[in-house]
Design a protein around this ligand. Sequence first.
Ligand code: NAP
Length: 260
Amino acid sequence: MTGWPAADDGRPPRILLLGGTAEADAIARDLSGRPGIAALISLAGRTAEPRPQALPTRVGGFGGADGLAAFLAAERIDLLVDATHPFAARISANAAAAAAATGVPLFRLARPAWQAEPGDRWTVVGDNAAAVAALGAAPRRVFLTIGRLGLADFAAAPQHHYLVRSIDPPEGGVPLPDHRLLLARGPFDAGAEAALIAAERIDVLVTKNSGGPLTYGKIVAARRLGLPVVLVAPPPPAGGRLFTTTAGLLAAVLAAVPAG
Ligand code: NAP
């Protein structure tokens, strides 16, 4: 945590930013330019080479909601900002519980989910098991972009061919008998996504409704190509004061924690 000041008196206000998203990176860049605020970003440590951060950084879990509450108290955090991914449900639940336990205010950046538009052929499901069921029994060529950790759920449907895309290779390999693995980090534009879908003769896209512009290209490409999409709906926000834009959240942060 190089550059993160010790928790003494007479200190600037202290913010813990839970990150792992492009929005969190942007919030970090903004806060790093404000000398009257001490902010620390926390990453889970999932990706082998995380993007460089503008703020002092800590990496790894806190040890559940209790561990996070203990960290908030030990580091005398004045404000907790949860800018984790909409599908990172556990850390957000922990943030809500730890904020409630300690009385530290919690601001949550709740990125709006994508909304269906004319031409979209979406089947919206609640989880990966329902996505597997929605694929049906007949073998299909599936473009699967649901993150490394959910791949094992699709082993229940080994009859399909899966084009799997993730940032890092899954530990222990891809647990699907018929697949091709593409390692890539977004953003992905719609033209390139359409070309990939055509080249791989994809029948159906399976993805999470993560919202935001960085991975929206595949949704646009599917719309253009008339491709069916099985879309996993995000979990409801766990708690805290909700913001839909980084600008709105940053304005509220500066109002709550004057930069001096
Ligand atoms: P998760 O299931 O909600 O969290 C699992 C555990 O990982 C948490 O209980 C916590 O461990 C630790 N953790 C998660 N985010 C953390 C953070 N920012 N700082 C410190 N510890 C963290 O999370 P996930 O879905 O695996 O996502 C992990 C990270 O990847 C998050 O930072 C998220 O923003 C990012 N991400 C996730 C997705 C996705 O689709 N899920 C997509 C893009 C980026 P302890 O309980 O020990 O504290």
